[in-house]
Design a protein around this ligand. Sequence first.
Ligand SMILES: [Zn+2]
Length: 399
Amino acid sequence: MRNPVIRIPYTELFPPPTIIPHTARSLPGAVAALQEFLHAPPPRDLPASTIILTGAGLSVASGLADYRGVNGTYRVNKTYRPIYYHEFLTNHEARKRYWARSFLGWTTLNKASPNAGHYAVRDLGRLGLVSAVITQNVDSFHPRAHPEIPTLELHGYLRSTVCTSCWNEFPRESFQRELARLNPIWDAFLHEAVASGALETEDPDEKRARGIRMNPDGDVELPEAPYTTFRYPACPKCLSSPPYLAEGKAVVEVDDDGAWSPASNAGILKPAVVMFGESIPAKIKEAAEDAIDKAGRVLVLATSLATYSAWRLVKRAKDRGMPIAIVNVGGVRGEDAFFADLRDPQMGSLGVRVEMSTETLLPALLAQLRQPRFQRAESRMADGSSEQSGAAVFKDMLS
Ligand SMILES: [Zn+2]
């Protein structure tokens, strides 16, 4: 594969933003700027549709931690270090630790729901203003909130596990039940933690006081827990019919209860996310580029674009002359370059930079867009433009 895009964590903070236009410092000003942005005629011969690119900040209001926000993982826990793909693939001990933490974290993630920000994206789609979504989030909230808008999950999703030998996917839900069965002591601890509310609280200080830290990948930190005792199942497909490797037929062995044995050389399940240090599949990379190329503007929500795979999509949009709007609390990677060529009269229609939380700003934007004078303009757009139906945008990826 040429030019693979590898997911690498970037833990630094970026300089604070310049707000564009100046009036977008207040909520009404920010709403007005985004209205202008969404309704302005696209430059040159670009399509009228808008694509949304989202990140971890959008799910903060659902109770999940982001990376660089006020209570983000990189601020709250300076020593946080995510597991790398290579480490996961090659190290049984690292996998035990990962799955033990994920076993606890899944409960919180599984109970969490999309928030007002995700439903605002749905409503922008219903108004004909948004044709597609690319998200870096692995929580599946976008497809849950708006199944009718094509969503590309750039870094995969936690709702499934995938086998690193045969690449079959399995539901995370049933995997969780297997983890509970194989690890009864951990299961009891999980029940206690749920009962005490330690996993329920959204207050990171309270979580820390109870010795629990949530990370953005649905993971819990328990510094003193004995990860070495944790067991996890093997891929059921590879177990019943071991695949052929370069060196011959694979060995897939389990203990008496069905837990993966280190005597195996295949059948390792991983979360169906792009781990740090892992390449984004070529199909996904190309589908994301294709989605950008089919849109006329990009609206970036709640991400600092620290991840190269996301930043390069906005850079691609900029290179195509697409107007860019960014809504994020805190600085964004390379953002000055995205707005450097804007001049005052164009601001708003050709570029917006707002520093506000999406769960405040987006519902206010929707309320304004539903005012009668905007409704008329939007029905014209929705009726007159075939670009608004984006159902085919990601068909290559899904086939
Ligand atoms: Zn398998």
